[in-house]
Design a protein around this ligand. Structure first.
Ligand code: IYR
Length: 297
């Protein structure tokens, strides 16, 4: 053991004690920095979690932040409506559900369309009316369906999409993604964009503009427009038409500009619509069975 004198000598010679004037502030600085970093991280995390909770609970997809949507007063987007008695459905196909299943099960994604088989615009209009019956968040009906028949515009759209899809397939999509697509035999060449008699471009309105010029929130707009698109697909098929759901990656702004659509509209999907070409082929796919997709409780 050390004697008291030896201890004093040791302390006097200790580098740490000798330079404690430098060491201690440095130690204090490192400690403060560590505590500050921990604090900053946890409050940033809390803010992020809070934001995620708000985003996922409301799923309000809008370009505008909540601050931008300044309400001069709180009034509903719809007028105060009278509620009337609901008397049940007046139209159905068959009460077993069989007819609709057969119809839906017959649908295939078609990538080769007959070039010269005419389709009346009235049929397309009726199908879009059907799509417009879709439920939507707070009945905001956040959809726009652009119907393209004009050959020059279809050509321009094809050029925009093929240029982007070339980059998508060759550079942007992962190796796994292009491998997963291989059995479907898709590539960047999109003849259907000029062959199909109609292109229906479905835009989601991420917010609306009220009559007083203020922004109107479009709650769950993507879900609403996706449901409307599902109804559109079924309507087209019920009228004997074929279609394909495409999601042209990175083409939204260029197509929106080409069609002169406003800023609040974002391209969701593009559907070529018409009749399948006589030599059209589809992959021999199987669908999941009921057991694979339904769980009963
Ligand atoms: N948009 C590309 C790639 C593509 C992606 C999916 I996911 C598909 O189901 C099919 C194709 C294209 O249209 O080729």
């Amino acid at each position: 053991m050390f004697t008291f004198t030896e201890l004093r000598l040791l302390c006097a010679e200790s580098i740490f004690l000798k330079y404690s004037g430098y060491f201690l502030p440095l130690l204090l600085f490192i400690l403060t920095k560590y505590v500050w970093k921990r604090f900053a991280c946890s409050s940033a995390n809390a803010a992020r979690i809070q934001k995620e909770v708000i985003d996922t609970s409301n799923n309000i997809q809008t370009d505008a932040t909540n601050d931008e949507i300044i309400e001069d007063e709180y009034r509903p987007h719809l007028p105060e409506l009278e509620h009337v008695a609901y008397r049940g459905l007046i139209e159905w196909l068959d009460k077993s559900g069989d007819k609709f299943f057969k119809l839906a099960n017959d649908r295939r994604s078609i990538r080769k369309f007959a070039k010269n088989k005419h389709v009346d615009i009235e049929v397309i209009e009726k199908c879009i009316l059907a799509a417009g019956t879709s439920p939507s968040g707070a009945h905001t009906e956040p959809w726009t369906f652009c119907v393209i028949q004009d050959a020059l515009i279809k050509q321009e759209i094809r050029e925009i999409i093929e240029a982007e899809e070339y980059l998508n397939y060759s550079q942007r999509m992962s190796r796994q993604w292009t491998t997963d697509l291989r059995p479907l035999k898709t590539d960047f060449i999109k003849e259907y964009l000029t062959d199909a008699p109609y292109l229906i471009i479905v835009f989601k309105q991420v917010y609306g503009i009220r009559s007083d010029g203020m922004k109107q929130q479009h709650y769950y707009n993507e879900i609403s427009v996706s449901i409307a698109t599902g109804i559109l697909l079924c309507a087209l098929q019920s009228a004997g038409l074929n279609s394909l759901v495409t999601t042209p990656l990175n083409c939204g702004p260029a197509i929106r500009n080409l069609l002169n659509r406003p800023q609040n509209e974002k391209l969701l999907v593009l559907l070529p619509v018409g009749y399948a070409a006589d030599d059209c082929c589809v992959p021999d796919l199987q669908r999941k069975s009921l057991n694979d997709i339904m769980v009963t409780y």
